[in-house]
Design a protein around this ligand. Structure first.
Ligand SMILES: Nc1ncnc2c1ncn2[C@@H]1O[C@H](COP(=O)(O)OP(=O)(O)OP(=O)(O)O)[C@@H](O)[C@H]1O
Ligand SMILES: Nc1ncnc2c1ncn2[C@@H]1O[C@H](COP(=O)(O)OP(=O)(O)OP(=O)(O)O)[C@@H](O)[C@H]1O
Ligand SMILES: [Mg+2]
Ligand SMILES: [Mg+2]
Lengths: 227, 227
């Protein structure tokens, strides 16, 4: 599903260069559940942005479902993103003037789904993350953890083939975190590939494989022993 | 230092009412180190906003250092906030067009400190949170955890008497979290009162007292046994 080879991402600031990704190579098969860990600033969100077709690498190759991403034009990237990828951003990125249910419906606007079905599916997704009673609240009327859960509901409403989640439980208490991880496990069992960034070992244990980054490179890549 | 009695905060949405705080009473003495815990949506950030003079309660009393806050005008509240309180917001709230060091200097603009000393103190605060090499980056050139640390540096630059920190380590890996908690312990030993919201038991153990909220009320309030 995902093949990246020698991926590099350089930021230039004046005459300084920062290699946020410094040669990352890995393959993720369809249906895997992968956790990405590493210190603050090690390149996790940068890697997720490249995987999510939100950012292009400085060099290296990226194939998503056998399609070479590196050569894609913006229009093509947008199409791939909307149809195949669900993304939970580290800073949620909700639209402040729309309610929870309107935010969750957004990915369906690109599809052929009509308004009544969009609304019903968005309400169902909000139910799945425990927010049935907050559907008409706007982001500034929601707690931090509630905003994060709206972002999660939005990311899964299209039942994407690939879910990229950057710290999806960072703002959640342990009980709510477990509910969200059980939801991801269920979607993964139904075929969705899950790649999630986390700092918490308790969250990483839900994954079948843990990749650790350090200074823009892979430090280790370990699969769980099968039971 | 802090006395709140029967604090309530109601939000009205159409004809629905939501009591985010539903009768909270507590006292915190100067120099304490308190952790506030509770499920997502239980009222923690709402309580912090009232303690930080950013929001007024619907009813109930709040005395900060023996001054009755409930009756204050906005100008007076702003003066108290700037001089006595440091605040780390759950969503960081950095100014996007300013660099890290400019963001950290902001609280000193209200004081009599001149520009060269402001710059030197802001650089020192950024050093204390491990960001000496990111001082001229703007927020969108920083990782999530780096943005959080800029917010922390900004909150302590005035050496406020009261530090209110809402999930200050939420975006940080465990090593960086420990460094930040050691910094808070040091400032607390120097006399700063610390009230921090956290979901993580490992972070709460740094505090001498843990207050748990549920549905806008205090569920429990326990002090650590002294050693
Ligand atoms: N402006 C508002 N209008 C309506 N309801 C609000 C508003 N702000 C907050 N709420 C509601 O008040 C409740 C408490 O919110 P608060 O932000 O204090 O929770 P919290 O304990 O900080 O949660 P978290 O751990 O998720 O950050 C939530 O259920 C939220 O939906
Ligand atoms: N636009 C940019 N310009 C310059 N440097 C950048 C930019 N974006 C990110 N960086 C730097 O690249 C590095 C990696 O950032 P990234 O956001 O990928 O880290 P991360 O592993 O997600 O960290 P965290 O755990 O704190 O979220 C950081 O050191 C950051 O300062
Ligand atoms: Mg990140
Ligand atoms: Mg909160």
């Amino acid at each position: 599903m995902i093949k990246i080879r020698d991926l590099k991402k350089r930021y230039k600031m004046g005459d300084q260069e920062l290699w946020a990704l410094d040669g990352v190579s890995l393959e993720i098969a369809g249906g895997e559940f992968v956790a990405i860990m590493g210190a603050s600033g090690s390149g996790k969100s940068t890697l997720m942005n490249v995987l999510g077709c939100l950012d292009s690498p400085t060099s290296g190759d990226y194939e998503l479902e056998d399609a070479a991403i590196s050569g894609c034009k913006d229009v093509e990237l947008a199409r791939i993103r909307n149809r195949s990828i669900g993304f939970v951003f580290q800073s949620f990125n909700l639209l402040p003037r729309m309610t929870a249910v309107e935010n969750v419906e957004l990915p369906l606007l690109y599809s052929q789904v009509r308004a009544p079905e969009r609304r019903q599916r968005a309400l169902a997704a909000l139910g799945e993350v425990g927010l049935a009673e907050r559907v008409h609240h706007r982001p500034n009327q929601l707690s931090g953890g509630q905003q994060q859960r709206v972002a999660i509901a939005r990311s899964i409403i299209n039942r994407p083939r690939l879910l990229l989640a950057d710290e999806p439980t960072g703002a959640l208490d342990s009980k709510t975190s477990e509910e969200i991880m059980e939801l991801f496990l269920k979607l993964n069992a139904e075929g969705m590939t899950v790649v999630l960034v986390t700092h918490e070992p308790d969250i990483a244990t839900y994954a079948g494989r843990v990749i650790r980054l350090r200074d823009g490179r892979i430090l280790s890549d370990e699969r769980k022993k099968s039971r």
